[in-house]
Design a protein. Structure first.
Length: 144
């Protein structure tokens, strides 16, 4: 998720969405949310990605690394900016029920749904509420 989240120094406040009790009081995942999930390729690892497409959405997958989404109502959110090529590798992908399309904020260096496809919502266990940075430094040395 670099450059949005730095590898060192950034801390995240994550709302656990896999708890049945919390799920009743929290809004569902929306497009644009930063989510935390178990990695679909390495179950022991976690990934932090941005939710791009929800179940029922159509995603325009362009091999140049750009993706736009069209929600289930048919409104293309990035129609003016979306490059449309006739390349056979470029395609529309429908996000299946129970899955979410995720992408990193650095498309040139990100393993995401463009690599392994949409991930099951069951792998998503949290949504990022806040990012903050703090450092622990001693300002004054205690004298004995």
């Amino acid at each position: 998720m670099w450059p949005t989240i730095k590898h060192s120094g950034d801390h995240l406040l994550i709302l656990r969405t896999n708890s049945p009790i919390l799920r009743r009081f929290c809004r569902p995942i929306q497009r644009g949310d930063l989510i935390v999930a178990a990695s679909p390729v390495d179950p022991g690892a976690s990934i932090g990605k941005r939710a791009i497409g929800l179940p029922g959405d159509s995603i325009w997958l362009d091999p140049s690394g750009t993706a736009t989404d069209e929600d289930a109502d048919g409104d293309d959110e990035d129609a003016a900016d979306a490059p449309r090529s006739m390349d056979e590798a470029a395609q529309w992908i429908r996000v299946p029920k129970g899955k979410v399309w995720v992408e990193g904020d650095n498309p040139a260096n990100s393993r995401d749904s463009r690599t392994y496809g949409p991930i099951p919502l069951a792998l998503v266990y949290g949504r990022v509420l806040a990012r903050f940075r703090f450092s622990v430094r001693r300002r004054h040395r205690l004298q004995r």
